[in-house]
Structures are given as C-alpha cells and as structure tokens.
Write a protein that binds this ligand. Structure first.
Ligand code: ZN
Length: 152
C-alpha cells in the first residue's frame, strides 16, 4: 500500500490541463493502485491524478458501490440538474453549493486500455463531473455561485 500526499489549492498543478495517457504501462497500473489507496485512506469519493501532483488524465472514484478507475475520461452526455454541497480533498475544510448535471455518461479507458462507458446519476454523476473538472484545472469553488466562508 502506498499513499500519496494530496496537493492542496494554491499548487499550480491543480490549474494545469492534465495530459492524456497514450500507452497503458505497468506504471499506470501502479498509479491506479496507489491512487485508490490514497482515496480510501483520505475517505473521499474521488481522486484525480493532478491532486497527487501527477498531471495525467486518470481518475478513481468510489461512491459506495466499489472502485471505478477511468483513464482519459470525458463527459459525452448529460441531463438535468442537481444543486448540492460539494467538497474536495484538495480544498480541505470547505464545502460549497454547486450546480451539476443530474445524470451523465462518461467514456474513457479501463486499466487494460479497453474503451468503457459509465453512466451515473446523483452522487456518482456529481463525482464524475468533479473529477473530470480536475483534469481541466477546474476546482469546485470555481463553479459555486455563493461566496461562502472558508479559506479559499
Ligand atoms: Zn476535488
């Protein structure tokens, strides 16, 4: 088990557009494993590689139904709206109300490089949008309407 240090808001890597994965190597498998370890250790719902200082398009998530790994993910379809509180392991101690699509479909690659699609609604949809935002250098606080109290 290897747990990475989670990068926090203010670190420029969180604002970079992450690079796509061209080839799935053993290093990517190691990255996925260590990201999952880090996610469970931190008790979060999702983690994107830039949050551990690696500017690559890799995300892991678990909203209670098991681990989801996605490489080069993209939202290809969305529907509806949900407004709810959101937080981020990279923005400790802050929650803000954020509007997201209620349902989304994301496409990407699995750990073997095989194309996969994941459809989710509610928390899973919110999580997919939040993690994929990280790959574009977008943080949830950028999307919140209200200025709330907190150190941002
Ligand atoms: Zn986050």
């Amino acid at each position: 088990m290897a747990v990475y240090k989670i990068v926090e808001i203010g670190d420029p890597i969180l604002r970079e557009k992450a690079r796509p994965i061209k080839t799935i190597t053993p290093n990517i498998h190691k990255l996925l494993k260590n990201m999952a370890d880090t996610l469970y250790q931190a008790e979060g719902f999702g983690l994107a590689a830039p949050q551990i200082g690696i500017s690559k398009r890799v995300i892991v998530m678990d909203v209670g139904d098991g681990l989801i790994e996605l490489i080069n993910p993209e939202i290809v379809w969305s529907e509806g709206e949900q407004v709810g509180n959101e937080g981020c392991l990279s923005v400790p101690g802050v929650t803000r109300e954020v509007s997201r699509a209620m349902k989304v479909k994301a496409e990407g690659l699995d750990r073997n490089g095989k194309p996969v699609a994941i459809e989710g609604e509610g928390l899973l949809a919110r999580c997919l949008q939040h993690e994929i935002d990280h790959l574009e250098g977008i943080l949830f606080v950028d999307r919140s309407k209200k200025k709330a109290v907190g150190r941002v």
